[in-house]
Write a protein that binds this ligand. Structure first.
Ligand SMILES: Cc1cc2nc3c(=O)[nH]c(=O)nc-3n(C[C@H](O)[C@H](O)[C@H](O)COP(=O)(O)OP(=O)(O)OC[C@H]3O[C@@H](n4cnc5c(N)ncnc54)[C@H](O)[C@@H]3O)c2cc1C
Length: 449
């Protein structure tokens, strides 16, 4: 009898009296209470379970953002490298990124440990590089993006754009001088293509010029948005030859007279990346620092094809980071007495996020297989860049949405992804430019103006 009284008290405690008042307008409460008093213990327990949902805090399933188990396709060695990269990022980068992002500064202290990972120039043969697969290179970019798109961009500029320009277009002497040191991050590189007045139209519209004078070249012009350039040892500068009007590439050293950099301030995305506005004023570069295999813009485009695939992977990481943080939040955060993850409308957001993320993961996986089979075309890389960065924008925005107000606070680890996705969406060819590349390939008509 005592237990029955205890159970009735427990049941009454679990009742929401505001709700009870509303219910009382619809049902005859004294009659209901009369019925409750006649219940046996088993029936009472059942009623309590129905009203309180069992009142047990459920342990949510572990977060699995690799829903189709793409990682299972990796060899044991590659999987081990993925885990090593993840562990470095979780322990060394994640705890400090919000602070650096907020202050618009670069965490130089991570460079020695990042170098130890041995992932810089991962796909290149020789020069101390690992000679690994493009697939693994993509997985690494994605792991970096998952923790911080800024550090992922730093690595993308160093390993892809700067080292890639030398690897694809440089002489053996240039490769010997720069690649081993850059692989170890002892020397830092940057890549200067975009100009203040020419962004999307660089293929035909570069205004930075180069002019040969004996065994030197003289460079004049400006480059905008150049990542790492405020502290890099060298910047690859793309300039139009005044004589044959073709685009040529140069290794411009930081100490070169006529080369100056001003930091671009006030960014609302990728704030850790140090972007510079470069001015080249009668900047003299020896012929030995001209990239010997960069003779037209087509050579520049070879570098961009390779790095665009990397940006698609990085976007996957950015989306994944936002999704994982948002899902964890919805499992913890309670409203109306329940975790918000139990609400249908929240689950709809989460499932849409996961659907897009899974589509992106499987797409970039095949993209890298094509790259490893040496079958990658510009339009493949462009399609992946467009699709992944567009879907990432949608995912980070939903991640923010399911977190309510906390979604815009840095400390909840989604706001940074939300902002950073904007820059990833625009750099390395905007959505429009990459769509035009794919459009030209599928229709046979070039719609470039
Ligand atoms: C954070 C960040 C880092 C970057 N890092 C580097 C770097 O390291 N090195 C480097 O060289 N550059 C870098 N960039 C530059 C980047 O590649 C350019 O911002 C990008 O190519 C777009 O150029 P833009 O910003 O001048 O835009 P614009 O070319 O002025 O374009 C503005 C808008 O017009 C649209 N548009 C332009 N032409 C067409 C057309 N024909 N048809 C339809 N729409 C069109 C564009 O899609 C865009 O929506 C970086 C940019 C950012 C934001």
């Amino acid at each position: 009898m005592l237990r029955k009284v205890k159970n009735v008290i427990k049941l009454l405690k679990s009742v929401d009296f505001e709700q009870l008042e509303k219910i009382s307008k619809k049902v005859d409460l004294p009659e209901v209470l009369g019925a409750v008093s006649k219940m046996d213990e088993g029936q009472l327990k059942m009623a309590m379970k129905m009203l309180t949902g069992g009142n047990k805090k459920r342990t949510p399933p572990p977060i699995n953002a690799d829903f189709y188990d793409v990682s299972a396709k990796l060899s044991e060695t590659d999987r081990a490298l993925q885990m090593r990269v993840r562990s470095f990022l979780e322990s060394e980068v994640k705890p400090i990124v919000n602070k650096y992002w907020l202050h618009d500064e670069f965490p130089f202290e991570i460079i020695p440990k990042l170098a130890e990972l041995n992932v810089c120039g991962y796909t290149y043969q020789g020069y101390g590089c690992a000679g690994g697969s493009s697939l693994m290179d993509g997985i690494i970019a994605s792991e970096f993006g998952r923790i911080d798109p800024s550090i992922a961009t730093f690595l993308g500029v160093q390993s892809g754009l700067a080292m890639g320009s030398i690897y694809l277009c440089g002489s053996d002497a240039q490769k010997q001088e720069w690649l081993p040191a850059m692989q170890k991050l002892e020397k830092i590189g940057a890549f200067g293509l975009t100009e203040p007045l020419v962004g999307s139209g660089t293929a035909g519209g570069l205004t930075t010029t180069c002019r040969r004078e004996g065994d030197h070249w003289v460079l004049n012009g400006q480059k905008k948005w150049i990542g790492n350039s405020t502290f890099s040892d060298m910047t690859v500068i793309w300039a139009r030859d005044l004589e044959d009007h073709q685009v040529k590439g140069f290794i411009v050293r930081k100490e070169n007279p006529g080369f100056s950099v001003e930091k671009i301030k006030g960014k609302m995305a990728l704030r850790i990346v140090q972007n510079g506005l470069i001015t080249l004023k009668d900047c003299r570069v020896p012929e030995s620092d001209r990239l010997v295999h960069a003779n037209t813009f087509k050579d520049t485009a070879k570098v961009l094809q390779m790095t665009r695939a990397g940006v698609a992977w990085m976007a996957v990481g950015c989306a994944r980071g936002a999704y994982e943080n948002a899902l964890a939040y919805t499992q913890e955060r309670e409203q109306f007495g329940k975790p918000i993850a139990s609400f249908q409308l929240i689950q709809n957001h989460l499932v849409e996020m996961l659907s897009n993320l899974t589509a992106m993961q499987t797409l970039v996986f095949r993209l890298s297989e094509l790259q490893d089979e040496d079958k990658l075309k510009d339009e493949h890389a462009s399609l992946a860049k467009v699709f992944c960065t567009m879907r990432t924008r949608d995912i980070v925005s939903r991640a923010r949405e399911v977190m309510g107000g906390n979604g815009i606070l840095l400390e909840y680890n989604v706001a940074r992804f939300l902002a950073d996705a904007e820059a990833i969406y625009s750099y390395e060819g905007t959505k429009e430019i990459n769509s035009l590349i794919v459009g030209r390939s599928i229709t046979g008509f070039s719609a470039f103006v």
